[in-house]
Design a protein around this ligand. Structure first.
Ligand code: BYC
Length: 309
């Protein structure tokens, strides 16, 4: 272990791409940052399904902007991952062959417009909870990418909460739709934070190297504490009979999600895993001519520039 690497971590300074770093630190980051990048672009799919069915022009414009932001987040994160000495092609190959994971949450279907509200409110809400700490992660390019991503995610969370508020204040059927979306997305959202600390194989190194600043359980607890009052304010009910304020810990007690279901989903057997990966591979194939044309154009410009020298 290089003393300079340890000293930088101890001083809370960022590790930069040209700095020496242990190979396991590099590999750990490639795994996490690429999983994060994949989540952003796979995350475009369930919401993208609703662009053509958004209930107003305003809702459509906002949703298009949000889905486009997710594409941008993917781009920053792939670039951060590439700075760890792995190519974009390799990263995408890992996604397309099922070798690399992406967030479990995107393997659930979006059945109604209320699900778009639930995704923004809960899923982006959970994503920010995790990503605020990642602004202080030890790897410089990842930390800097997170600053901009967090700003955009907070807009996403608000657009989702706005949709849910409107439905909750609407007709009886609209309120039921919002409640149904909350019932279906609550447990998968809690799973987004990863397995319980005791079962989190990567946490020890992640905390030691200041990649993660807080544990899966700490962030999950904070998310529950923040979200319960938001549900109560608009008359929706969190679907957990064991949910109860615990004055001693100044937080809610709540039930565990079904960790067996989580393990199934992250191993490729969730309700939409095959559909999502199929759509991604198809989009990649359909974009082949664009990539080839862009490379050919760049090559031509290089030749032209050389001719003038
Ligand atoms: N889904 O040791 P652990 C978003 C895997 S989306 C799938 O605790 P770690 C958005 C984990 O990879 C937000 N897999 O792992 C976009 C590991 O397997 P491997 C995406 C999961 O890394 C569009 C194993 O389980 N955010 O922003 O310490 C629209 C054991 O876990 C999950 C990120 O990716 C999961 N939920 O902690 C809307 C944030 N959880 O790799 C929103 C960056 C665990 O050893 N990532 N696994 O085979 C992280 O912060 C961490 O990687 C995690 C897991 C908290 C997710």
């Amino acid at each position: 272990m290089d003393a300079n690497f340890e000293a930088k971590l101890a001083r809370n300074e960022n590790i930069e791409p040209k700095d020496w770093m242990p190979d396991i630190y590099r590999k750990h980051l490639i795994r996490q940052v690429s999983q994060h990048a994949h989540s952003e672009i796979i995350g475009m799919l369930p919401e993208g399904n609703w662009i053509t069915r958004a209930p107003s022009l305003r809702a459509k414009m906002v949703l298009i902007a949000k889905v486009q932001d997710e594409g941008g987040h993917g781009l920053y994160l792939y670039t951060a991952a590439e700075s760890l000495n792995i190519s974009r092609e390799e990263l995408l190959e890992q996604l397309h062959t099922g070798k690399a994971k992406y967030s479990s949450i995107f393997n659930y279907p979006t059945l109604t417009w209320a699900d778009i509200g639930a995704i923004g409110w809960l899923v982006d809400g959970a994503a920010i909870m995790n990503q605020v700490m990642l602004q202080r992660t030890s790897y410089g390019p990842y930390a800097r990418a997170m600053v901009r991503i967090c700003k955009e995610e907070s807009f996403h969370q608000r657009q989702g909460y706005e949709i849910t508020c409107k439905l909750a204040a609407g007709t009886k059927e609209q309120k039921e739709m919002a409640q149904d979306a909350l019932n279906r997305f609550w447990w998968p959202t809690l799973m987004m934070f990863g397995p319980p600390d005791a079962a989190s194989s990567n946490s020890e190194n992640a905390i030691k190297w200041k990649i993660k600043r807080e544990s899966n359980d700490q962030l999950r607890q904070r998310f529950v504490n923040q979200t319960v009052p938001q549900a109560e304010l608009i008359g929706l009910t969190i679907p957990d009979k064991n949910l109860e304020w615990n004055e001693a810990k100044k937080g809610y007690d709540f039930s565990d999600p079904d960790w067996k279901e989580f393990n199934n989903v992250i191993h490729g057997n969730g309700p939409c895993n095959r559909e999502r990966l199929g759509a991604r591979v198809k989009a990649h194939e359909n974009g082949r001519w664009v990539r080839e044309a862009a490379i050919a154009y760049a090559e031509k410009r290089k030749q032209k520039a050389a001719a003038y020298q």
